[in-house]
Design a protein. Structure first.
Length: 86
């Protein structure tokens, strides 16, 4: 009889251990899903930021080109005959 009681206790302990590891696995799987979802959200956000930065870069280049064109087109010489040029 003692070996049967020992076997039952051993089986119960093994079942408890198995359940404990299953719960741990469920927690880890849930954490993994949350991390993957967060990673996807961050990747999407990063792509939007990159798009916005590219658009901003294009705008700033256009503004600089316009500014340089206006600077080159300026003439500081006097067109009025009464004013002395420097």
């Amino acid at each position: 009889m003692p070996s049967t009681a020992m076997d039952v206790a051993s089986v119960v302990q093994n079942l408890q251990e198995r359940d404990k590891w299953r719960r741990r696995l469920e927690v880890l799987e849930q954490s993994l899903r949350e991390i993957q979802a967060r990673r996807l959200r961050l990747r999407t956000r990063l792509k939007k930021i990159q798009t916005d930065l590219k658009r901003l870069s294009d705008y700033s280049e256009a503004v600089l080109e316009t500014t340089h064109a206006l600077t080159r087109a300026r003439s500081y010489a006097s067109t009025d005959g009464h004013l002395v040029t420097r």
